[in-house]
Design a protein around this ligand. Structure first.
Ligand code: CP3
Length: 345
């Protein structure tokens, strides 16, 4: 059976424009909170394939999205490269011993050995695959090397990025050595996700906007493109979605071997369409806080449908859904996207 989401990623005409939401498996769903409570904490949930599969499927069943995204976190990769990880209540992820030197980089577990340690992710994918309806797609994902490296060096979220940026300007060879090592692991990781059964992969570059354009191209986009062309060469039937958040001003320099460009909420969709719409299908880009209001949601969905009336579009938010959004509003967003984009055929 053909999957409307996969068809849309390749720019084929579909009965309506498919929709999913970044971070759709999460705290806004009471059913997620129940499973997480059973697991004890967030990392235990990631490590338990049965439970991770259950929360992966929740947004498909409850909210009606066209694709599931496997439940995990981008930071399990550096964790399995040997970095101790904790999710601290109220503060988010913390690495106890951030990377400080070339010796620290060289001590990390690399290549296939690191990717092979993520068995719980591949198990989750296999369980979801069995339970997911044939017409729904399963999305696999990774963090971009730059975003992962930022966490590995800063040790946690940051407002200034001063530790990682200091390395970019003072020790670029250390940065490249780390980025190359992470890139190699990520290539194996995505291959193994695909072998386990995902239909599509997305690369999240959440901290893209931290870098000025030449440094972004050199320290992030180059590695993302390398990953995309590696995966494309081996698995041409698997669509690749790139999501570099906050680089609307750099769109003129975007190229590479991928299928879908994720447009963040700060980038006007009409501008993204003008610059990239002929070459890539566009995903996005409603401001996630619009979900607090049905009127605000409707206004945006209708505006997006108008701009993207010729297709080559996937509805989504312009970043992740927030934990205090009413489930009813998420459902409204999803059903409205399908309704306004229905093609009469
Ligand atoms: O539904 C899905 O999208 C799949 C699951 C998913 C999670 N994290 C689960 C999660 C995905 C795709 C991610 C990606 C991720 N993780 C990113 C990239 C996307 C983005 O939002 O920019 C980033 C930067 C992370 C790192 C991360 N993980 C942070 C900063 C936090 C804490 C902030 C927060 O939202 O609580 C996490 C924890 C996390 N990852 C949660 C979930 C559901 C919340 C944990 C919980 O309390 O249950």
């Amino acid at each position: 059976m053909s999957k409307i989401f996969v068809d849309a990623c390749f720019g084929k005409e579909t009965p309506y424009t498919p929709v999913w939401m970044m971070r759709q498996a999460g705290r806004y769903l009471p059913e997620y909170m129940e499973v997480r409570a059973k697991a004890g904490n967030f990392l235990n949930l990631c490590h338990n394939p049965q439970m991770a599969a259950e929360v992966t499927l929740q947004p498909v069943d409850i909210v009606g999205v066209d694709a599931a995204i496997m439940f995990s976190d981008i930071l399990v990769v550096p964790n399995e490269m040997g970095m101790e990880l904790d999710f601290v209540k109220g503060e988010g992820p913390v690495f106890a011993k951030p990377i400080k030197s070339i010796e620290d980089v060289d001590a990390l577990i690399g290549g296939e050995e690191a990717a092979d340690k993520l068995t719980y992710v591949y198990e989750t994918i296999k369980i979801v695959r069995e339970k997911l309806a044939d017409d729904k797609a399963l999305i696999g994902f990774t963090g971009a090397p730059w975003t992962l490296a930022t966490y590995m060096i800063e040790g946690q979220g940051t407002k200034t990025y001063s530790l990682v940026k200091k390395l970019i300007y003072t020790e670029p060879e250390l940065m490249h050595r780390l980025l190359e090592k992470v890139t190699e692991v990520v290539k194996y990781y995505l291959e193994k996700q695909i072998e386990a059964g995902v239909d599509v992969v997305q690369i999240f570059d959440s901290w893209a906007s931290a870098l000025e354009k030449p440094k972004y191209m050199e320290f992030s986009w180059k590695y993302m493109k390398d990953i995309a062309s590696h995966i494309k060469a081996k698995y041409p039937h698997i669509p690749i979605i790139m999501f570099p958040k906050g680089i609307g001003a750099y769109l003129d320099d975007i190229d590479g071997d991928f299928d879908v460009f994720g447009v963040d909420w700060g980038t006007p969709m009409a501008m993204a369409k003008e610059k990239l719409g002929d070459r890539y299908v566009l995903q996005g880009n409603m401001e996630p806080c619009r979900l607090y209001s049905k009127e605000a949601t409707k206004e945006c969905v209708e505006a997006l449908a108008k701009i993207m009336k010729d297709g080559r579009h996937i509805f989504n938010l312009g970043h992740g859904i927030l934990p205090d959004v009413p489930v009813e509003n998420a459902k409204y967003f999803v059903s409205l996207c399908k309704e306004v984009s229905k093609r009469d055929k």
